[in-house]
Design a protein around this ligand. Structure first.
Ligand SMILES: [Zn+2]
Length: 348
């Protein structure tokens, strides 16, 4: 695996979705898979242990394996142990492996959330102890919504060892629990607080959505993100426009309120250099899920490359500020700008 350049993006993929794998069409930063997903598919589970994850995917770049703690919680049963997860990681050989975590929900009681935090910390300890090799690099996951909660949690982790990268979990329900942009403001505050407390290690934020939210997370101090939005939006018939957000291009029933393409946007799209637009044009995007998924992944990857370049040149914050002012994140963004300045967050 070549050295990772930050900020970076992991393309979250599901078992059995090989046809739309973007790395078969162009170079992507990394791929994120879920242990839970493999455990639900016995033949894939056997195959990935036999071939190891890189050959299984046909991708030799960085691979992260998440436990899928979030999916286990959705089912409301955690029928897997930390021991099973670490041995699955060691058998399949991803570059990074995420600690089996018990995500919090803003609507849970405090004592339920506290129980889950203790469980995740316990799993972290077990996974450190039970591993027999140095691969994969373990990513502990920080959970907490308030500053004191985060401080307590981070201190507990620091006592277990030194980690080169930390994950930030439990943010997805916070994102969608509050109507409008309030949710995302809370998310940004959590990221900025963790950045303040862990100034040097890399931070990975789980499950972040489209390209605009992606820029918000990097801006707040995340180094690493994962997204399945390129795929889920393609399934809804939506495409990602660089620096703009989502647009609706199919005639199917609208499930989500994305705006349609304007004339100027159509012209912009005609200039898209992704493997699908370049070879087949907009008509293909309209009728083909794979074409939309590959286009969306391409736009995500281009935005990340742009973020990397602008950070190097010290121009990233200005860029994010410029694009946010044209979106409905505008008022929230000025709050974030102030917090970032007072926390003295820089992109390292
Ligand atoms: Zn395209």
């Amino acid at each position: 695996m070549s050295k990772i350049q930050y900020p970076m993006l992991w393309f979250s993929q599901e078992v059995g979705q090989d046809a739309s794998a973007p790395w078969k069409f162009f170079k992507v930063d990394g791929v994120l898979m879920n242990a839970y997903d493999f455990m639900q598919h016995p033949s894939a589970f056997r195959k990935v242990k036999e071939q190891k994850i890189h050959d299984y995917l046909g991708f030799q770049g960085p691979v992260m394996m998440d436990s899928g703690g979030f999916m286990f919680m959705k089912k409301n049963i955690m029928d897997v142990s930390a021991e099973e997860i670490i041995s699955f990681y060691e058998e399949t050989n991803p570059n990074y492996g995420v600690v089996l975590d018990h995500p919090l929900f803003p609507t849970n009681t405090d004592s339920e959330n506290q129980k889950r935090k203790l469980k995740t910390l316990q799993n972290t300890k077990i996974m450190i102890k039970k591993r027999t090799t140095k691969n994969p690099i373990l990513i502990p996951v920080v959970h907490g919504y308030t500053d004191p909660e985060i401080k307590w949690y981070v201190n507990r982790l620091k006592k277990m060892g030194k980690f080169s990268i930390y994950g930030i979990g439990s943010l997805v329900p916070a994102l969608y629990n509050v109507k409008g942009v309030g949710g995302i403001l809370n998310v940004m505050k959590v990221i900025m607080e963790i950045r303040k407390q862990i100034p040097r290690a890399k931070l990975h934020v789980f499950g972040t959505g489209g390209t605009l939210t992606m820029h918000l997370m990097y801006y707040a101090g995340a180094n690493s993100l994962d997204s399945s939005a390129w795929r889920t939006k393609a399934a809804f018939g939506a495409i990602q426009m660089p620096g703009i957000g989502d647009r609706w291009i199919t005639n199917s029933v609208r499930k989500k309120p994305y705006p349609q393409l304007s004339k100027e946007e159509k012209e912009k799209l005609e200039k898209c250099r992704c493997p699908m637009c370049r070879n087949y044009g907009l008509s293909r995007l309209k009728k083909d899920f794979t074409a939309r998924a590959v286009h969306n992944a391409w736009v995500h990857q281009q935005e990340v490359k742009k973020a990397r370049k602008l950070m190097k040149e010290n121009r990233y914050d200005d860029y994010v500020s410029k694009i946010m002012k044209k979106t409905n994140f505008a008022s929230l963004f000025s709050t974030i700008e102030k917090t970032k300045k007072s926390n003295k967050i820089t992109h390292s």
